[in-house]
Design a protein around this ligand. Structure first.
Ligand SMILES: O=C(O)c1cc(=O)[nH]c(=O)n1[C@@H]1O[C@H](COP(=O)(O)O)[C@@H](O)[C@H]1O
Length: 267
């Protein structure tokens, strides 16, 4: 983020975007779309975040496109966050961890998104494997969608919002790490004032810029003092500028500039 600016670009090959780019909604279109985004941006954005679902829908050939995108993006110097939002009982979580956080796995990524709503402790195998291998995780806390609050802001018997309990656990995970720990939280840029303590000594992935209506100007209000640790993320808001690589790069440059203007950083 210091070197390349505070922005994550999501790779979300929606059928509608493939059509806008003049591509067919098939494996050939998926491959072309993904290759274009990685070639245009992986040497300049801090983080690329492929959304696994858009690749899974094409079966094994889609997964092969995803594998290549991850490898190429990392080779070009971008960090890759695999947006898989996995969550399961611990024994199955160990297999998900193996799929995304084991250095020898075909989909090994720098970090993976996880859902803690089967209980934070169920994520332990992934947290441990990330720690052992120098990778990271982003755990959902307050998601960008309006439906999230009903669960995430519900309070425990002690009166603590559930999202705060997740953030507290992440803070404990990151204790003592400098400059930041590898155990991040997902907090949508769309949620208004967060109303929770975001001081987790870890990165805060903030999707919702662009297509979901948030802008860089919202970041200081949502994140307060933690805004320096925010990794704002946009998918469609950047991707809609394709397929011209120069236009994709220009869109990224504009967004990084806007973010720097409002949060005083940006590489
Ligand atoms: O984990 C995520 O990345 C995520 C968390 C969240 O709270 N909200 C959210 O939109 N996302 C993902 O971020 C991307 C947002 O895409 P756009 O709305 O096109 O920018 C999608 O891939 C979502 O799955």
């Amino acid at each position: 983020m210091d070197e390349r600016g505070q922005l994550c670009v999501g790779i979300d090959p929606h059928a509608a975007l493939l059509a806008e780019w003049g591509l067919s909604d098939d494996i050939g279109g998926l491959e072309r779309f993904t290759r274009t985004v990685v070639d245009a941006l992986a040497d300049r954005v801090a983080v690329l975040k492929p959304q696994s679902a858009f690749f899974e829908r094409f079966g094994s050939r889609g997964i092969a496109v995803l594998e290549r995108a991850v490898a190429d993006a990392r080779a070009a110097g971008a960090l890759v966050v695999m947006d898989a939002k996995r969550g399961d009982i611990g024994s199955t979580m160990a297999a998900y961890a193996g799929a995304f956080l084991d250095k020898g796995a075909p989909l090994f990524s720098d970090a993976v998104t996880l859902s803690p709503y089967l209980g934070y402790g169920s994520l332990r195998p992934a947290l441990d494997l990330a720690r052992a291998g120098g990778a990271g995780v982003f755990v959902l806390a307050l998601t960008s969608n309006p439906e999230g609050a009903e669960i995430q802001r519900a309070t425990t018997a002690a009166g603590t919002p559930l999202a705060q309990t997740v953030l507290d656990r992440l803070m404990a995970e990151n204790a003592g790490a400098r400059p930041l720990g590898s155990f991040g939280a997902v907090v949508g840029a769309t949620i208004g004032e967060a109303g929770v303590d975001l001081d987790i000594n870890g990165p805060l992935l903030a999707p919702g810029l662009g297509a979901q209506g948030a802008t860089a100007a919202d970041l200081p209000r949502v994140f307060g003092d933690a805004v320096g640790n925010v990794l704002p993320s946009a998918s469609r808001g950047v991707l809609r500028h394709g397929p011209n690589p120069a236009a994709l790069r220009a869109a990224v440059e504009r967004e990084v500039g806007e973010i720097a203007r409002f949060i005083g950083s940006g590489g």
